[in-house]
Design a protein around this ligand. Structure first.
Ligand code: GDP
Length: 290
């Protein structure tokens, strides 16, 4: 079994293939319908779902099962491969010195993610520092400071300075001993021009190794515009999906992955610094289908 959790209806449809040596168009149609239902419910964009459906149908009907493979297992492995292709592999995050810039709208979970990622790097034996450049949201400084103290990682911010670029520059100087610099940025409620201008200036100052877009799991199709804008202005190398402990399954974030030609780096599943994991295709697919 390649997937832990297929969802009971999909499993039922696949199990109908047991004992068959060939699959019919009707068999595949039923399986594809089950997958479509789950993915659309999980907020995956309809055009991505249609692409996946077409690939599964074509391959399941045209490819010969390798010798000794049952029709059921053959279809299951095609479904699995196509789902992995849909969600992508995890963003490469080497365990070495680097600067990571976080982008996203207000409330997406950037500040929380900065502290969580710092905690994650510290558990890998590296020395991270979080630099808080959000001068826009009241409370962002205190929140970041408090979370970094809980994560026991270095922190730089200055509530008396209202120039985010200056904070970024000083932050990098003050935390020069750290291996990993995670730069948190301000969000806005929408993609306003001043938000984009500000993050472009911070990015020019900081010269990050990777820019991650932080998205709330409930984002739905709003992910597309955000991904496009941030990608155009600073370039997006990976996505973080937050709040996966809620009911939303985060399928909308795949639109951002597709739009930026990137991949998913981390998942957030709670409000404490430990509630973070690296993206892993299998469990994410199980979550989408389950
Ligand atoms: P920012 O404006 O992008 O910096 O967002 P914050 O980091 O302040 O997060 C906004 C709210 O979402 C806060 O109340 C966080 O505690 C909460 N939050 C962030 N990540 C998660 C998560 O993975 N799960 C849950 N349940 N809440 C989260």
């Amino acid at each position: 079994m390649v997937l832990d959790n297929l969802g009971s209806s999909l499993r039922g449809s696949l199990d109908k293939l047991s004992g068959k040596s060939r699959v019919s168009e009707d068999d595949i149609e039923e399986i594809v319908k089950e997958i479509q239902r789950s993915l659309l419910q999980a907020d995956v964009d309809v055009s991505l779902v249609m692409e996946l459906s077409d690939s599964i149908k074509t391959r399941a009907l045209e490819e010969e099962p390798p010798g000794g493979t049952t029709a059921r297992d053959h279809v299951l492995s095609i479904v699995y491969e196509e789902l992995v292709d849909l969600v992508g592999e995890s963003t490469d995050i080497p365990l070495e010195n680097q600067t990571i810039l976080l982008a996203g709208l207000q409330g997406s979970g950037k500040t929380t993610t900065a502290a969580k990622m710092a905690w994650w790097f510290s558990k890998k034996g590296l020395r991270p520092a979080v630099i808080q450049t959000d001068t826009f949201r009241p409370g962002a400084y205190d929140q970041a400071k408090e979370m970094c103290s809980r994560a026991e990682v270095d922190f730089y911010g200055n509530p008396d300075n209202d120039d985010p670029v200056d904070i970024a520059r000083k932050g990098l100087e003050e935390t020069a001993d750290a291996d990993i610099h995670i730069v948190d940025t301000a969000g806005r409620h929408a993609l306003e021009d001043d938000l984009i201008a500000e993050i472009e200036e911070i990015e020019a100052e900081v010269d990050p190794d990777r820019n991650l877009l932080v998205l709330d799991a409930a984002i739905g199709q709003g992910a597309k515009d955000q991904a496009k804008q941030f990608d155009k202005s600073i370039g997006i190398n990976g996505v973080v999906i937050t709040k996966l402990d809620g009911t939303a399954k985060g399928g909308g974030a795949l639109t951002a992955v597709n739009e930026t030609d990137s991949s998913i780096a981390f998942l957030g599943s709670g409000e404490t610094v430990q509630d973070v994991e690296r993206f892993e295709p299998n469990s994410f697919i199980s979550r989408l289908l389950g």
